[in-house]
Design a protein around this ligand. Sequence first.
Ligand code: SAM
Length: 372
Amino acid sequence: MTALFNTPFGAFALQRYPARRGERLLPWCGADSLLLEAMHSLQLPAAQTLVVNDEHGALSVPLQPAGLWTDSMLAKIALERNLRANKLGPVTVTWSTRSPPGEPACAVLRVPKQLPYFQFQLDLLARVLPPGATLLAAGMDKHLSPRTAELLERYIGPTERHRGQRKARLFESVNRGSGARATADTCAYFCELLGDELRALPNVFSRDQLDIGTRFLLQHLDQLEPVDTAIDLACGNGAIGLAAYKLGLAQRVSFCDESAMALASARENSGRIFPGMAENFAFFHGDGLLDYPGEVPRIILCNPPFHHQHAVDEFVGRRLLAQCGRYLHDDGVLCLVANRHLDYGPALRRYFGPVERLAENSKFIIWRARKT
Ligand SMILES: C[S@@+](CC[C@H](N)C(=O)[O-])C[C@H]1O[C@@H](n2cnc3c(N)ncnc32)[C@H](O)[C@@H]1O
């Protein structure tokens, strides 16, 4: 569904990505409106602004900024589609794994869900913004940490906490320009099956401990038949694909995720845990398997996402199942771990042949679905 977003910079037709029939959520929120209104009333230079963590282009389409700094391929795709729909030129996207480019005059930021990632971003922003530059930050009340203002003060400088409006809150900080406090970028835990540490950058899922669903899947990987090529879909730090490689379940593994930090973490883990074997690993930063250019996999392993941005949402996982049905080898297998309360059975039966429960416990089901 396309909706018209009225802003102080004009009205823009926006659509969420991924789009779905009967969508009830808008592609913008109160926090986006507060940021755009503040940009306009403070007369900050839109074209020299760095936008951070824009979700569906709601900030970058109206502002036409110097650039967008994001971790998310879905956000990049949403922005590109909405720019095209509004007949606007491209906006440069820089991934979260790199420092934001140039010296922006100011920055506009949607506060991210993960606090370590927020700190990581503030640390870098304090270095690239000139002293005295304004950083506008906003989030929806229900998602904001009580520490938001304190962190802005600590990393950036004096911060004004504006009155709440539209269930959102705006913060206005001035970069004190005295450099930032160093924060540890990576976090790690020991994975027994791999006999090594799994490390992850700040925006990666379950970065400080093995997720319990993932652990359950790893315990049952040896029930699968070995193949030549596997995909670890929605790989996070790469735990599942690396375990499959270690067990000899696959000779080559492709890691796929929409998060730049997830993919960078999986790459780092594979290189450190299996030195000299780089030719057996590939990495694809994309929306699931859309436009996946690699070898056709004989097995896809997945602990699928169950939320998009802040919203719990099964649709994101079900979309990936449909893609697996299309990209798998004709006699390939999808092996999926999912929370019991998410019934993937009907969706799997739609895209695959025989579907069975490989294992289950009180919390999770491991599904095995064959393509033929
Ligand atoms: C539940 S986590 C699983 C991570 C990892 N496989 C593990 O078991 O620890 C789901 C992952 O899906 C990724 N993701 C969400 N939407 C995606 C999409 N459309 N395409 C690819 N990856 C996606 C997230 O970035 C996250 O890393």
